[in-house]
Structure formats: C-alpha cells, structure tokens
Design a binder for this molecule. Sequence first.
Ligand code: NI
Length: 188
Amino acid sequence: MPILKIARMGHPILAQTAKPVPDPTAPRVKQLVRNMVETMRDADGAGLAAPQVHVSRRVVIFQAPPERSLPGLGEEEAFDHMAPLTVLINPEVEILTEEMEDGWEGCLSVPGLTGVVPRYTHIRYRGYNPEGDLIEREAKGFHARVVQHEYDHLDGILYPQRMTDLSTLMFTSETRHWEEVAEGDEEE
Ligand code: NI
C-alpha cells in the first residue's frame, strides 16, 4: 500500500473546509483510511487528517497511547486519556469545560517545528468508523488535545493559528535549550 505525500503549511488544501463523506462504508474510504494509517505510522505521527494527504474530506485518524497519559491517574480516570488507533469519519466535537491547558504540539504538515497551544481539557466526540458504527467517547488530556488538533485540520486550521504566544514556536531541534519542552514533541 502506498505511503501518501503529506501537504505542508501553505498548500491551499490545508486551509479549506473539508467536505463530509457521503458514505463512510464506501470501499474508497476504507482504502483512504488504510493508506492514512500507513502514512501516519511511517511518519511516526500521533494523528493525521485527510486534508493532510490532499483529500478534502472529513476523515481523521489518531492514537493516544497510555505512555502519553498523565502519571498517577487511577485506571478509570486514565481511560479518558487513552485511545487505541481510532478512525473518525464526519466527526463532531463537543467542549465539556471552559478549562484550557497549554501543551506542546507538532504537526506533520509543519515539519521540524513545535509550539505551545492552549486546548480544552475535556471534550466529547463522535463520528463513524469505516464499518459504519457510531463511535462516541469522552476524552481528556492528550487524547482531547489530539482530537481537537485533528478536527481543526477539517476546518482549515493549523496549530500555529491556535497559539497565543508565538515566542514558543521553535524548531524541534532547539527544544533541548528548554527543559520543559523535552516531553512533548509528538507530531500530529
Ligand atoms: Ni496536524
């Protein structure tokens, strides 16, 4: 299966509002998702949205592995911070809190850079998988962050547009000068 070319910041497709998928179970959607998973894994990313592979449709994939959850959480609470590899077609995101938290983000469409982005700490999301099942979950922490980041791609928004302090936008290779950056350099 092919590894897809990733659009980089400045490509017009990344600034467009992606269109809904008429039939989430269509074979071409399954093919797209398979190629997106392979592309995300090859690039070592935590998430990928269809516009990033030049397809302006509302499809995202992501993974929020346990090692990214906050240490010291109980099993039940930690659950909201984790997600297995998830495919969401025509997703919706509902914000469940006014609380926002700063965290470092990267993006496969903004290679080599990272920056601090405020995101809501608690959300609910729903969307369809390629089998046509409705997936509905609550998410916190990194899990909530990655979903908001990927969802933004569907509305033509890249993380630098969500930053409130552009002095934290820097090359990943320079984060060694900033101790507090060290833990978060995942690309989404
Ligand atoms: Ni991204």
